[in-house]
Design a protein around this ligand. Structure first.
Ligand code: SF4
Length: 211
């Protein structure tokens, strides 16, 4: 798929989200927040749901958590416009409550379509809800920073769970862990580049990172 075709399809999804009533979350929100970024991004970040600022502007990660995400990207010399940022639910849950399982399920089709179109090499999940999309039942305190291959729609993608930046803003220890986990991303990008030069079939299910 060309970049232009990807852009067109992502715009169609964004339009569908603006008119979606598949779960109750649209009722209390100002804007749908489909996500944004490079249609050819090698890295995709998936958070939980829009907050107050995101709902107001219709853009993901634009509040304090977004500013932290920007600073973390700076530390690894990755530009925000070169990644794609999305959430598991596209409308703001009331009073920033956790998204409910039915809401995540109802909204899942949009995220799945975005992943299929963008075809990222690496997905960074931010928070437990996006982590549980790929690793159901796991605990973020145990698996953050652990990169693994996941089969998604016949494609192997490296998925690495991390804490949500909002959690890091509330807890200094979590901040240190998030900062440390971010430093693994350049190694994963190197791994992706190395493997893309090979034609071998990947058999390893877990990456061993010695950072
Ligand atoms: S959160 Fe998702 S499923 Fe619910 S109304 Fe918004 S776009 Fe539709």
């Amino acid at each position: 798929m060309t970049r232009e075709e990807k852009q067109t399809q992502l715009a169609q999804i964004a339009q569908k989200i603006q008119g979606c009533k598949n779960c109750p979350l649209w009722q209390g929100s100002t804007n749908g927040v489909p996500g944004e970024g490079d249609p050819d991004a090698r890295i995709m970040f998936i958070g939980e749901g829009p907050g107050f600022n995101e709902d107001r502007l219709g853009r993901p990660f634009v509040g304090q958590a977004g500013k932290l995400l920007d600073r973390l990207l700076d530390t690894i010399s990755v530009r925000r416009q070169n990644v794609f940022i999305a959430n598991v639910v596209k409308h703001r849950p009331p009073a920033n409550r956790d998204p409910l399982p039915d809401e995540i399920t109802a909204c899942g089709q949009y995220l799945d379509e975005q992943i299929n179109i963008i075809a990222p090499k690496i997905i960074v999940t931010l928070g437990r809800f996006s982590m549980n999309k790929f690793f159901p039942g796991e605990y973020i305190s145990r698996t953050h920073g652990l990169a693994r291959y996941v089969n998604f729609a016949d494609r192997k993608i490296i998925v690495i769970p991390m804490y949500h930046p909002a959690a890091a803003l509330r807890n200094g220890a979590v901040m240190l862990q998030l900062q440390g986990d971010f430093q693994k991303i350049p190694t994963l990008l190197g791994e992706v580049s190395r493997l893309s030069e090979k034609t071998e079939v990947l058999n390893n299910e877990q990456l061993s990172l010695s950072l």
